[in-house]
Design a protein around this ligand. Sequence first.
Ligand SMILES: [Zn+2]
Ligand SMILES: [Zn+2]
Ligand SMILES: [Zn+2]
Length: 350
Amino acid sequence: MSYVPSPTALVFTKTPEPVILSLEPERPNFYVHPDVYLTTDDELKGTGTVSKANVQKGTLLFIDNPYSIIPTAAPGSTTPYSRPLCSRLQCSRVVDLSSASTKSCHCVTEVVWCDADCQALGKAEHDFECSWLKTHSKSIRQEIIEPDFFSLWLIVRTLAQRELELSSPPTSTTGPNGTFPCDWNVIRGLRSNEDELQPLKVQGWRSLAERYLVGEHSMLRHSLSVDEMLTLMCQVEINHYDLWTQLIGVYPLPAEPVERAESCFAYTMYLRTPFLNHSCDPSLMHQPDGNGRMVFHATRFIPAGEEFSIAYFDLAEPKYADVKERRAYLEDEFCFTCICPRCLQESGEN
Ligand SMILES: [Zn+2]
Ligand SMILES: [Zn+2]
Ligand SMILES: [Zn+2]
């Protein structure tokens, strides 16, 4: 791939104010800096990524396109950050609901397309989910459950891509530099932490899988068993991204912590970003662009051989100044105790 990142694509903010990256239609769906490669499995953290050469602050290192994405802010909602997204995966842009060209489906209000072209191109994707949405969305939304309706919908959209992939396998399953796989097998290989979940939680999820996701009554066409579905639910729960408009991982942290003033606008599954591990002193900052693609830049100078790291949450939030709060959050959400240099130092462990 001959893509050369343009310096104008860089975004720097001292504070994590919402900044929407401008659309670059010529941008590829997926980009990895040529010096970046995957490391072999680390016993503690799994696969990671490093660079062969020194990386200057501001360098564009990755762009990852979603394997599946769902909007979590409903069209017509009055919050300022409501961002209805086009239901065609390759588009995923924010839809202008006042435009005459907007198309929608009668299944749920969240399913909209920019125009008739996107609706036609996204037909196979939506055909997979439409009956499921019509049949189950109302009752799922009425239940107080975890995972909630949006998380289950993300699983359905992930399954839709799997089915499309099975019916027309991709010609290449690796990225442009040959090291980053990019098909369903990546999701199948993600850690699920199933054994670390509380038995009650697993029981609840199994019941959801049986009621809404597996079997003819689910209205979904796939070959997964209840056990396989349960594993997928755990994998998606642990590895999905909440999309916020602001830049995450700004370094150094703003002098004053900033309270997050918005809600997340989408849930997404990416195939390559799971290879980026967490640190509370990350080397990369990331932000979604206008098409649901996640864009990663070096937030500081990174010496050759140092593993790239990202923040799994917004470190600028006041409560995460406290090492105990950060560790508790990571243990709850991601089932690990953070031993990044910053946590070790702040907890007096080194
Ligand atoms: Zn569109
Ligand atoms: Zn529909
Ligand atoms: Zn940490």
